[in-house]
Write a protein that binds this ligand. Structure first.
Ligand SMILES: [Mn+2]
Length: 341
């Protein structure tokens, strides 16, 4: 559903007519859309003469470091003091690519007690009604697409430059898996067409994001697919599970498993895919689906999670083995929905 606060444009326009200390926050374990949308917005607001700081709750993979403005980002886990100081001084805080404050982990405490005006720009189902202004559309391809819409609403398309275009393009491209999903609306392509007019090097961006595996990560993918894939044909479902030991064996770094959960959906007949990863305190689970099977509902009902219909996540305090067993036992309850497509 699309949600824009009453008078959004007028009020935000007024806010930005003077210089503010602005903080942009995005979700933990930032992906290309999180960084692309944050930096797209960052570069735009800098051009508007604002004092802007992007803060991430934790680190993110090296293949995102090329984005214009990346060097200015503060990572809370590394620079707590600066991050807290910036949040304390902020007059406006943007929530980009998330809306529930639980998604920003330890930053939540500081952001929630800040008296700054909160503005959401997000494409996840909206659960936060405490923000002052909201631009949200869970049908949008990405938060980056909504950053473009934000700029358009403010009538500032003229301020978009090659740096902003690169960031927004990267976010849209990554969150649609190179335009293979979440991208059935013509509007997404209209925006992309506009961005390409800035002579951004599309092939280089794709290469930056996708042809950037370390050899460990590449072998890790091979291992996941060859050794760890389990298929449940009667439920059109496939899963991969990973123990801490296995992660260590491949020198796992944050982001190394990005996108792996999508691979099983390439198997004929598979419409639901999940990856179970053993973490220090719990098991992290990612879900993906094709068609109408609502993974966010499944995640919410069974694994304390949520997200989009076709892409969501959850967690379990059970052991890895028990979490998988729970998952497998649940499948018969969803047989009708899994058979629909
Ligand atoms: Mn996103």
């Amino acid at each position: 559903m699309k949600h824009i606060s009453d008078n959004f444009t007028k009020e935000v326009d007024k806010l930005l007519s003077v210089t503010n200390n602005i903080v942009i926050v995005t979700h933990a374990n930032p992906d290309a859309d999180a960084i692309g949308s944050s930096l797209g917005l960052y570069n735009f607001l800098i051009k508007k003469g604002q004092n802007v700081q992007v803060i991430t709750p934790n680190s993110y993979p090296e293949f995102l470091w090329w984005m214009p403005g990346n060097k200015s980002i503060v990572n809370f886990t590394e620079d707590k003091k600066i991050a807290i100081e910036k949040i304390d001084k902020a007059q406006i805080i943007f929530y980009v690519d998330f809306n529930e404050t639980s998604r920003i982990d330890k930053l939540e405490k500081y952001v929630s007690k800040s008296i700054a005006i909160k503005i959401i720009i997000d494409h996840h189902p909206l659960f936060n009604d405490k923000a002052d202004y909201t631009l949200s559309d869970d049908k949008a391809s990405s938060a980056a697409e909504l950053v473009y819409e934000f700029i358009a609403l403010l009538n500032n398309i003229n301020l978009i430059d090659v740096e902003i275009a690169k960031c927004i393009f990267a976010g849209i491209m990554a969150d649609t898996g190179c335009f293979s999903y979440n991208s059935s609306k013509s509007r997404t392509f209209e925006i992309v067409a506009e961005l390409l007019k800035f002579n951004i090097n599309k092939d280089e961006i794709i290469s930056n994001l996708y042809d950037n595996f370390s050899s460990d990560r590449f072998r890790f993918l091979g291992y996941c697919l060859n050794e760890k894939l389990k298929i449940f044909p009667e439920y059109h479902t496939a899963i991969i599970s990973l123990t801490k030991k296995e992660l260590e064996k491949f020198n796992f770094k944050q982001g190394d498993d990005d996108g792996f959960v999508n691979y099983p959906l390439s198997i004929k007949g598979i419409i639901f895919s999940a990856i179970f990863t053993e973490k220090d305190k719990n098991v992290k689970i990612s879900f993906r689906s094709k068609g109408s099977f609502a993974t966010n509902k499944f995640a919410k009902q069974n694994f304390e999670g949520g997200g989009h219909i076709n892409a969501s996540g959850g967690k379990s305090d059970l052991s890895l083995e028990e979490a998988i067993e729970k998952f497998v036992c649940l499948l018969p309850n969803y047989k009708n929905e899994l058979d629909e497509d």
